[in-house]
Design a protein around this ligand. Structure first.
Ligand SMILES: [Zn+2]
Length: 343
């Protein structure tokens, strides 16, 4: 057997799933702090430990689940998430994805559509490998973890999917020149997000990370308000599980808008500001995930990571973990410093 998939040595703390769900609901008499992330935790050392390597772990459900499980069994996180790349639904829709390797994340290849009328959602979307493999990995994780840890799914919003299908530049130019066309694209891609999210919930996902890369340099605050706020409101309503939005980069100009969407949580990037500032912008209702910078995970020490975790906890960050998909060269010792010793 080339990779290991043990659950017998789960950490002593058995209530991780409940802890995570209470944290993102911001409920309970005492506030709950959970640990983890809805984006990739994979680094080279975790691939070495499991024997499940990129790119196979994007395309083989057992390997994908084995690698995701280390979020709980090795790192002690309260949540695991198996969709490590940004290309799964894009592959299922028809992009010619290059799945990369142990040192390279996948890329979605050349654009495949020019006009909104070109958009065709394959009737067998969910049974194509791009969707079927992560769906199977989610159900494997759910079966093997039970209540020991939460399982998070991941989908991309229409805005980010359009980058793959139309090309980033062309799509963003269109959003300025022809807003109606942009709205058409967003509407026509919405079923991909909704179908994939519903299938993930059916497979056992407890919550969904909604990644919509409306980074500030690619999408100004007015554009967010015009195109994405209504879309995210709709997704919050139609996805039948707690949804955590992920946006890279500085989002200080839109956190207050995100707080009005009805989404359960927001996974923020430390470029936005200090944990206390982000909590102030988010207000009391929106759960917050993140607080540990990727730069520090890559370059600093376990002591610095532990100090940042304490600062995030003090500022009422509900789920403390990496701010985004961790770099593949991240030292495992730094990832291990995120969760405090619980004995
Ligand atoms: Zn990100």
């Amino acid at each position: 057997m080339s990779f290991v998939f043990f659950v017998d040595n789960l950490p002593a703390f058995k209530m991780s799933r409940n802890r995570f769900l209470a944290a993102i609901a911001r409920t309970g008499s005492a506030r709950t702090t959970a640990y983890g992330t809805g984006t990739s935790i994979v680094c080279r050392e975790l691939m070495e430990q499991t024997g499940a390597w990129f790119p196979e772990a994007h395309l083989d459900a057992e390997k994908m689940a084995a690698l995701a499980l280390t979020g709980h069994t090795v790192l002690g996180f309260d949540v695991v998430m198996p969709l490590f790349s940004v290309c799964h639904e894009a592959a299922a829709v028809g992009c010619n994805v290059n799945w990369g390797g142990p040192d390279a994340m996948p890329e979605s290849g050349k654009p495949i559509f020019r006009d909104p009328d070109d958009i065709r959602i394959p009737p067998d979307l969910l049974t194509r490998p791009g969707c079927a493999v992560p769906l199977r990995a989610i159900s494997l994780l759910k079966n093997r973890l039970g209540d020991a840890a939460a399982v998070c799914g991941k989908v991309f919003g229409s805005w980010t999917q359009a980058y793959h299908y139309f090309g980033v530049e062309r799509f963003l130019m269109g959003a300025i020149d022809d807003p109606d066309r942009t709205r058409q694209i967003i509407d026509r891609l919405l079923p991909v997000t909704l179908q994939f999210a519903a299938a993930q919930i059916e497979a056992g996902a407890d919550c969904i990370l909604l990644a919509d890369h409306a980074t500030r340099d690619l999408c100004g605050p007015r554009m967010y308000e015009e195109f994405l706020l209504p879309l995210h409101r709709r997704l919050a309503e139609e996805i039948k599980a707690p949804v955590i939005l992920h946006i890279c980069g500085n989002t200080s100009d839109r956190i207050a808008m995100i707080a009005q969407t009805g989404l359960a949580g927001f996974h923020w990037d430390t470029k936005t500001g200090s944990p206390a500032e982000v909590r102030r912008l988010a207000g009391p209702r929106l759960a917050l995930m993140g607080g540990i910078s990727n730069y520090k995970l890559l370059r600093s020490t376990p002591e610095e990571i532990a100090a940042d975790r304490e600062a995030a906890a003090l500022a009422e960050i509900d789920v403390i973990g990496p701010e985004c998909a961790v770099p593949l060269a991240t030292p495992l010792a730094n990832l291990l410093a995120i969760v405090p010793k619980r004995n």
